[in-house]
Design a protein around this ligand. Sequence first.
Ligand SMILES: [Zn+2]
Length: 340
Amino acid sequence: MLNKPDELLNEARASIDRSATEADIEAVRIGFLGKKGRLTAILRSMGDLNPDERKELGLRANRVRDEIEALIGEKKRAITAALRAERFSSEKLDVTEPGKGVSLGSRHPITRTIDEICRIFANMGYSVTEGPEAETVFNNFDALNAAPNHPSRDLTDTFYITEDILLRTQTSPVQVRTLRSTQPPIKVISPGRCFRADTPDATHSPMFHQVEGLLVDEGVTMADLKGALDAFAKRMFGNDVTTKFRPHFFPFTEPSAEMDMSCFVCRGKGCRVCKGSGWIEILGCGMVHPNVLRVGGADAERYTGFAFGIGVERIAMLKHGIEDIRLFYENDIRFIGQFA
Ligand SMILES: [Zn+2]
């Protein structure tokens, strides 16, 4: 009986040696030292012994308990260390390994072109303003002096949302908004999306972009208009381009003109880009019609001004030699990635 604790110690040592996981070692602890464990069972069976033997057995049992606890603690630390070592080796980080390439996006060619146009005019002192894409019929047509029967008002040309609201067909309504909210002098450009019920082809898209310009002040003349737009053409396409103005008609300007610039590809000799003429049409412009100034609340006796509208897609197509407008909206990464 007195040897039983030592026999138990040998058994416990063997079980602890065999333990490989934290669960194994916990099972050993419960089996030997728990409330219903084997060491407790030995102490409970002491009733038959005399007091000296009981004392001796108690001492031995306590010593064995201490030893088993120490062995269990040691084994637990060993298991934890082994686990940690295994994790470290499996999660090893090779800092010398070459990095994975990060693919950076880039701005869309239309966005880049708008930014470039805006930067050129900002350098000439224009500030940038914006208007809504869903616009009133009044701002898009009436306030811009469009005759009640003007063909562009037609349902087949314009996307109407209600009888009074449409998707703007041009950025020109921003002129009206600016005139109504600001007193001259005014010097703004306004980039944005426009919508027309066009069937898509190589040069037409039902959604496209314009940059509108408006300058109103005392004593503004057609010479100021020509100077500003000639400077724009040179900064956009090169200092050697020249410009000329052809009479045209827009309801909201009088006189109205279209500006052509000398072909920057063939320098006027005639090529595919300029269709052999040596000239490329790049924008529409004119002196703001007095009716537009009046509707906008400006004193048409005191102030004059000019306005222009630049087709962003057209500028981008010319600048980058793109022959189909639809390429801008297909979002083929091979196409738009070329402009990064
Ligand atoms: Zn040419």
